[in-house]
Design a protein around this ligand. Structure first.
Ligand code: ASP
Length: 316
């Protein structure tokens, strides 16, 4: 693979999940999401403008979104069926195909930070549950901050769990929109390197021990020398179809444009209402594609683009 590069330019796209909100949501809530997206996007933009590497920028930006209680990752993570939180995250360096992920962690304040350490220091790609927590223990609190599981609690997510339970929704049934959310970032840096990272609390009311697409390289996250992809939606669907890698494979093997590859996967592979993705290619072109009513997202480039959006027609 020898991707074309334009040295010096950079691009970043972020998402905060698909399908959680519709146009009837209170205007102040919509505005709060736009402001949160703008804040996180500005953090990534400033780092890229300073010459930071793609891998560092995706970690930094996802960490910023994890700290924001509006999004379903880190603080503000969804509750599982037992009323606790199990968090998943992954990160991938397109330049080297190095990747790291954690699943089902309960006390790690910033799961994407631990995923980065899995990439750097574990010799493995994916650590789960108590094994991931033991790895965090070994790295120490200066590198990996730990919190009580209740630290992730927010009233907004508790109401979602209560609503879901009141509706008598069976475990495993997640077709309706409000039970989800995730954050992710894709970047092309000044050197032409690509990277992707994704982090989530998973689906509200999910079974204890359930793992979605977010920590699975090739399903929820993928990056190589040609594209970087971060997905959000009903994880089981994204796992089934290997969505992130499918987008990359269409670009790599079928010479599809990133737009054509992303739209084909979202419109013809996934069932309507499943979710969406953000992606960037080696030329720095950003694509957003989703088949839900809305998707929290933002995009910025060295050419001066800086925009966020929630609904179709904005920030494509
Ligand atoms: N994909 C995440 C999961 O299934 C949820 C989401 O993106 O909304 O865990």
């Amino acid at each position: 693979m020898s991707p074309p590069t334009i040295t010096g330019s950079w691009s970043i796209a972020i998402h905060g999940g698909a399908g959680e909100i519709d146009r009837s949501a209170p205007a102040d809530l919509q505005q709060a999401y736009r402001e949160s997206l703008s804040r996180a996007l500005a953090v990534g933009r400033d780092a890229l403008a300073d010459g930071a590497a793609a891998l560092d920028v995706v970690e930094l930006t996802v960490r910023t979104l994890e700290e924001d209680p509006l999004f379903n990752s880190g603080r503000g993570a969804a509750f599982d069926a037992l009323g606790g939180h199990e968090l998943d995250a992954s990160i991938m360096d397109g330049a080297t195909l190095a990747c790291g992920a954690v699943a089902g962690v309960r006390t790690v304040r910033n799961p994407v930070r631990l995923a980065r350490q899995v990439l750097e220091r574990s010799g493995h790609v994916l650590l789960v549950g108590s094994g991931a927590e033991a790895f965090a223990d070994a790295l120490g609190p200066d590198l990996i901050e730990r919190v009580a599981n209740t630290w992730f609690d927010t009233d907004m997510r508790r109401v979602e769990l209560e609503r879901r339970q009141a509706a008598g929704a069976a475990p495993g049934l997640f077709a309706a929109a409000p039970w989800r959310g995730t954050v992710g970032t894709v970047v092309r840096d000044r050197e032409g390197r690509l990277a992707a990272a994704t982090s989530t609390g998973g689906l509200t009311g999910k079974r204890y021990g359930r793992v979605g697409d977010t920590p699975l390289i090739g399903a929820g996250t993928y990056a190589n020398g040609l594209v970087a992809v971060s997905c959000t939606g009903i994880g089981e669907e994204f796992i089934r179809h290997g969505i992130a890698r499918d987008v990359a494979a269409r670009v790599q093997h079928a010479s599809a444009s990133l737009r054509a590859a992303a739209d084909a996967v979202i419109r013809t592979v996934l069932r309507p209402g499943s979710g969406g993705l953000i992606a960037v290619d080696a030329l720095g072109q950003i694509v957003v594609s989703f088949n839900t009513e809305a998707m929290y997202r933002g995009a910025a480039t060295s050419a001066g683009r800086f925009e966020v959006g929630l609904f179709p027609g904005e920030c494509q």
